[in-house]
Structure formats: C-alpha cells, structure tokens
Design a protein around this ligand. Structure first.
Ligand code: M6R
Length: 583
C-alpha cells in the first residue's frame, strides 16, 4: 500500500527521501513522487512506475520535503494520480481513503477549483489552499475537520520552508529524530538511521521543524510529545546472498519459530486468561485475520479449542464486521496480523472493543496500530519480512499458537526447538520441488486439498501459489470436492493433497483416487508412504499437531519456484501490497 516519507533538517532532503522510498518499495506500489520546498517555491517530480522512475528527483534542491509511493485505489496508475498533490502553496502526500472526497470535490469545483487527478487525496491540497490565510496549522486544522475516512498526511507549505505538518487518523505515521533533522514515515523501515521515534496516535497533528516537534490534537490543543529510543538499524533489509527476499525469509523460519517460542510472554498470557482453570476466562474466542493471518488463525482456533474445550472460531476479519458476532465481556477477540496495520483486521478489532469484548493482538510489529489498540499484545519474533508473501511470519504465528496452547496446558512446546533442524531437512528436498514446480506451471488449474488440520494448510498453500505465480486454482476441504469442485478435475488439473492426519488417511486416499481417476495429477504432501499420488513430497514423522508447521515449508517452496519458472519476481507480485491499509 502507499508509503510516506518526510524530512526536514540540515541536509538536502531529496536524496534522503529517495532512499526512504526505496525502503518502502516492499509494501507494493505503482507510482512514486517527491516534493521539496526550494526557497519559497515547491519543486516536485512524480511518475507512475517504480521508485527508480523518479530518480531525477534526487537533484531537487531544498532541505525540507515529502515523498510517497502510491498503490492505486481512486484513479489508475498514472503520473497525474501520483502524489504529492500540489495546489497553490501546498504539497500533500496521503495514505488512506478520504471517504467523503466526492462531496468535497463537488463543493471545491463549485468554488472554482480545478482538479488534475482522479484521486481522493487531491481534495486535501485544495482544501488547504482554500482555508489558508497565512496560518499553516490553522489551515490544516480546518482541512482535517472536513475529512472523513482514514488519513495519514504530510504537508508542505512554501511559505514555511522548514516545516512539515503531519496528521494521523486511522493510518499509521511515525516520527523519527535523526542527528541532523526530523523525519516522518508510514513505516518503521523508512526511518533507518533515527535513534528516537514517536508513534503518532489517531487524532494528532505534529509540526516538524529541523530541531523540534510540536504535537497537537485536531483542535490544536498542545499535547506532550515523547520520543523513545529505538534501534532501527536491524530494519535495513538485505537479501544476504539469496536471489529473493521470499527465499531468504523461508530460510529464516527455523530461527523465527525458536525466537517466537522463546519470547512467548507468559505474564501477558496469565493477565489475559486471568484465572485457573483458564477455560473459564471466556465463554467464546474469535481469532480474526486476513489472508495468511486468517490461515494461521484457523490452525490456532483448532489448537485452542482442543486445549480449552470452549468455542473458538477463526473468522475472516473482512467478514467479521458484516454480521453481528456474539461479542461482550465474556468474549475474547484475538486479532492476528503480521503488519498490525491491516485495515480489515483493525476494523474487526475496533468492533470487538466497541462491543465490550477483550482484545488481544498477535503481531510482528510492536509499534503498529493493532498493537496500540489491544488490551493484550503478543509478538511474533520473525524479524522484518520484506517479501509480499507472508512466509516466516506465518511460521512464527503458528509457533505462537503452539506456545500459547502449551502454556494453557501447563507444558512447554519443546518440539519447536527441534524445528530449525527439521526445516533444514525439508529444504533439502528443494530440487524435487523445483522440478515439480516446472510441471505444475503447465496446468490449467492447481487445487489444494486437505482435511482437518490440513485444510488450513491447503488454503495457505493455494494462496501462496496464486499470489506469487498467478496460477489459477483454489484450496478446498477434501470432503467438499465431491459437492461441486470435482467438476474441475481433468487431465489439465493438478491437485496438491495435504495428508498428514493419521485418522483421516483413508478418507484422503479416497479423495486422491477420485481426482486421479478423472485425470488430475496428484502431488501428495505427506509423511505416509501409501497415498496413491503421482508424486510425493515427503514429510518426516512428527507429533500430529505440529504438521501444519512442517507442511508449509514445501508448499512455500513450491510457490516460490513456480513463480521463478514463470519468470516472475516473487517479492513483488502484481497488484499486491505488503500491508493492506484500506478496507
Ligand atoms: O499484515 P497482515 O498479516 O494483517 O496481512 C494480512 C494479509 O494481507 C496477508 O497475509 C496477505 O494475504 C499476504 N500477502 C499473504 O502472503
């Protein structure tokens, strides 16, 4: 999704902004731009395409500026829709959605403003211009009063050549203090080099000058501004000899799992569940998430329900708010999100709080909006994940659920310590996976099936393959095939059958026979040697409940190699963003 970077200080801004934009590239975007105040003039460059398309912006002169990577929502990926949006003395970069932009645009047009883009964001620069009477902050205050929706804004005004005004409402914005100036960014990695940070809260306005930051409410009441020390060096992402971040991050899963299990916060878990027996703390539990986080929630819900013997359901966050879930003070909502910024998950979390449920969050980003909203925050220790496809964060989320359930049973999840060695062994099968990937890319559709705990793995394997290789397909509960989707099976279909459940083996054998007899080729991912598949990706034997953790390794590698076979860059799948900050 869109990324923001802003700098005011002693150095030339454009190079710093360009560098910040390259650090935001992993979020997914389709255009980029930079504006600086040059004397009392605004200079800017913005174009559709990669950040490198605005490399010439590095020559812009001025020590105060803003930069942006845009992921198109309102208006296509065209130069004119890229940010910054400039109107009169103002340049604006915006993340989020201005929900009432159509009304505002109509009113502004009636007042004589003419617009040069199709975006919702451009209304902000026009509102600023229309309210401005020489007082920068007051124009921002009046503008913000008009806006509905979510917005992180960084604003330049050419009358104030050293000032950036930042606004946060339901879209993340973090301030950073560097040796030679102040920065603001939508995402921590862009603030590399800052020794202190301050995470803005919703409803706050920050006024940045080279050596100072003043904080205000939306009504301009002064607020205390507290920066905390932070070591952001570790956020600088490098491929470390791997061809892609995705492959590097798969290789880091062993360490991510061990770190997450080791860092499991027992004290927080005790605070959350409050009493022994823990099963009495809540009458029901909802795990909410999107995409891969939803798939880990499916596994987490199974494990938790087995452990606590109370109703535990995994829910798509985007659907959670579309019905009336049974929330209240006896309900726990555990929101799962690696980024902690996913708009759908945030909306579900807000609903939970509004209805009086307890809100816990599992995230890889301790500074994120979800972490700050939660009553109880648990962290995965996956480290920064740059690849758009979630890999090591998924493994870390699973590790958290194993650790949580072990804690609730009064045990330790000792098996997780063995995972790095098992991961290494699983990765030794990569050449076989590469050859299979070359085969499946010729299929018309690739379908993943599983029963029981393997159903979530099938959904995740399918999502991973679709998002990085664009191969059509889906994940199904194996037992559901015969209720409709078996119609898709023929000689052009490939089925990946995940079969790890001992008690479900015979049923999976039947499903495999059913699809093979209709001509589909079957790849089984299984520890068993009697699944009648065309190819077998063998899993080592392990305690039954840990198979989802093992299964995802060959499935992620299959997706990775399928992307390579199709000549695609798995780190930057088309149309996707690392953190989806719009609903
Ligand atoms: O940051 P989150 O975990 O909340 O993200 C949720 C999904 O957008 C995310 O898992 C997405 O499905 C990934 N690209 C999957 O690899």
């Amino acid at each position: 999704m869109c990324g923001i970077i802003a700098y005011t200080g002693k150095r030339q801004a454009a190079g710093i902004l360009y560098d910040g934009l390259t650090r935001l590239e992993y979020r997914g975007y389709d255009s980029a731009g930079i504006a600086v105040v040059n004397g009392l003039r605004l200079d800017y460059v913005k174009r559709a395409g990669r950040v490198s398309a605005v490399a010439d912006a590095r020559a812009l002169s001025g020590t105060c500026g803003v930069g942006h990577t845009r992921w198109a929502t309102h208006g296509g990926a065209e130069d004119r829709n890229a940010h910054p949006h400039v109107c009169g003395k103002f340049a604006v970069v915006h993340n989020g959605i201005i929900e009432n932009y159509a009304v505002l645009k109509r009113e502004l047009t009636d007042m004589g403003h003419s617009f040069s883009s199709d975006t919702d964001s451009e209304t902000v620069s026009h509102l600023l211009s229309s309210f401005y009477r020489g007082d920068f902050l007051s124009a921002v205050r009046q503008t913000v009063e008009q806006l509905r929706g979510s917005f992180a804004l960084c604003v330049l005004c050419s009358d104030f050549p050293e000032t950036i005004v930042c606004v946060r409402q339901k879209s993340p914005l973090i301030l950073g203090r560097a040796k030679d100036g102040m920065l603001a960014a939508s995402d921590i990695p862009a603030l590399g080099g800052c020794r202190e940070i301050c995470v803005l809260s919703d409803g706050q306005i920050a006024c940045l000058t080279p050596a100072d930051c003043k904080l205000f409410s939306f009504s301009l009441a002064p607020l205390p501004c507290k920066f905390t020390a932070s070591d952001l060096k570790s956020c600088v992402a490098e491929k470390k000899g791997f061809a892609h971040f995705m492959r590097k991050e798969i290789s880091q899963e062993g360490a991510a799992v061990v770190r997450t299990a080791r860092a499991f916060d027992e004290a927080e878990a005790r605070r959350l569940f409050g009493c022994v027996p823990y099963a009495e703390a809540f009458s029901r539990i909802f795990l909410v998430g999107c995409g891969t986080a939803y798939h880990s929630a499916l596994t987490g819900a199974r494990l938790l329900e087995e452990t606590l013997r109370i109703p535990v359901a995994a829910e798509l966050a985007s659907e959670f708010c579309c019905r009336k879930p049974l929330l209240g003070r006896h309900a726990l909502v555990l929101a799962v999100s690696q980024s902690g910024e996913t708009a759908d998950t945030l909306a579900a979390a807000r609903l939970a709080k509004q209805k009086g449920a307890r809100l816990a969050v599992l995230t890889n980003a301790g500074y994120s909006s979800l972490a700050r909203l939660s009553d109880h925050c648990f962290l995965t220790e996956a480290g920064v994940e740059v690849g758009v496809a979630a890999t090591k964060t998924y493994a870390a989320q699973l590790a958290f659920f194993y650790a949580l359930c072990a804690f609730l049973r009064g045990e330790k999840a000792a098996y997780l310590r063995r995972f790095p060695a098992i991961h290494k062994k699983l990765s030794e099968g990569e050449e076989q996976i590469r050859l299979l990937a070359a085969e499946i890319v010729r299929a018309r559709g690739v379908y993943f099936i599983g029963r029981g705990a393997d159903y979530a793995s099938a959904l995740e394997g399918s999502l991973k393959l679709r998002e990085v290789s664009y191969l059509p397909g889906a994940g199904y509960a194996a037992g559901e095939l015969k209720h409709g989707s078996i119609a898709l099976m023929d000689g052009d279909a490939v089925v990946v059958a995940v079969a790890t459940g001992k008690a479900l083996k015979e049923k999976m054998r039947t499903s495999v026979c059913e699809v093979r007899s209709r001509g589909a080729k079957v790849i089984a991912v299984t520890p068993f040697d009697d699944i009648p598949a065309d190819h077998v990706l063998a899993l080592p034997a392990c305690p039954q409940k840990y198979y989802p953790l093992l299964t995802q390794v060959p499935l992620q590698l299959l997706a990775y190699h399928a992307a390579l076979c199709r000549g695609l860059d798995p780190d930057r799948p088309r149309n996707l963003a690392k953190s989806v900050t719009v609903e």
